[in-house]
Design a protein around this ligand. Structure first.
Ligand SMILES: C[S@@+](CC[C@H](N)C(=O)[O-])C[C@H]1O[C@@H](n2cnc3c(N)ncnc32)[C@H](O)[C@@H]1O
Length: 212
């Protein structure tokens, strides 16, 4: 019972954080906005067709989608979605914005040509479960595009991230030591399907995954 409650507390931590801080999110990000926008643009240039954006937040990616893409955005935080809805005004490529958890996607198998997430998997409770869901809803031959900060492979920096992770998680619901590549493999993707590009040191990475 205690285990179950603890698990719920962990699951709700990130939702609570983003619900509480939705109004501040864009301001907190402002100092790094230029850099993140450049990386988002680089990632999203490969989005095609019917696209699912996971953890759309306040809709920071919406300006960067290429022509011809129709976007369904989901987020587990209703307050973050409020800001995404405002930003989506006037964007004709937005299909729908829905409150939904990536760990339980309410879409049939093989629905999307592209699945996108930027800066999301640090706060998802069970990333392996989430990647299995993404694999299921992405069409075969579709693409999964991720921009994520991850645990450094460097011995000392990786260890420092492990030590600081409980603090970051408690304050922000953010895990700074996620091994996203390993989580993708655990979810059933093969290394030959995953292209990894380091965009800043070995901490910020773009993953392009072919869903064979
Ligand atoms: C750091 S913000 C990133 C927002 C946006 N993608 C960006 O690049 O600015 C992480 C977002 O993921 C959402 N999120 C966290 N866990 C989630 C989950 N299990 N399912 C759906 N969204 C989730 C949060 O509510 C938050 O809006």
């Amino acid at each position: 019972m205690i285990g179950v409650n603890f698990c719920n507390v962990r699951m709700n931590k990130s939702k609570e954080y983003y619900n509480r801080n939705a109004a501040l999110y864009d301001k907190i990000l402002a100092p790094v906005d230029g850099t993140l926008s450049k990386w988002r643009k680089e990632l999203l240039k490969d989005a095609k067709g019917k696209t699912l954006e996971i953890g759309i937040g306040t809709g920071k990616s919406l300006d960067h989608y290429p022509q011809g893409v129709s976007v369904t955005g989901i987020d587990s935080s209703e307050n973050m979605l409020k800001y995404a809805r405002r930003r989506a005004n006037g964007h004709t490529h937005i299909d729908q914005l829905l409150k939904m958890d990536v760990e339980v996607l309410n879409f049939p198998d093989d629905t999307f040509d592209t699945v996108v997430a930027t800066c999301v998997f640090c706060s998802v409770h069970d990333p392996i479960k989430a990647f299995k869901e993404i694999k299921r809803v992405c069409k075969s031959k579709g693409s999964i595009l991720l921009l994520e900060h991850v645990r450094s492979e460097r011995k000392v920096l990786g260890k420092i991230m492990d030590i600081l992770n409980p603090i970051s998680y408690t304050l922000y619901g953010d895990n700074i030591n996620r091994n996203t590549y390993e989580n993708l493999i655990q979810a059933g993707f093969e290394s030959s399907q995953i292209e990894t590009v380091k965009v800043w040191s070995d901490v910020w990475k773009i993953f392009r995954i072919k869903n064979n």
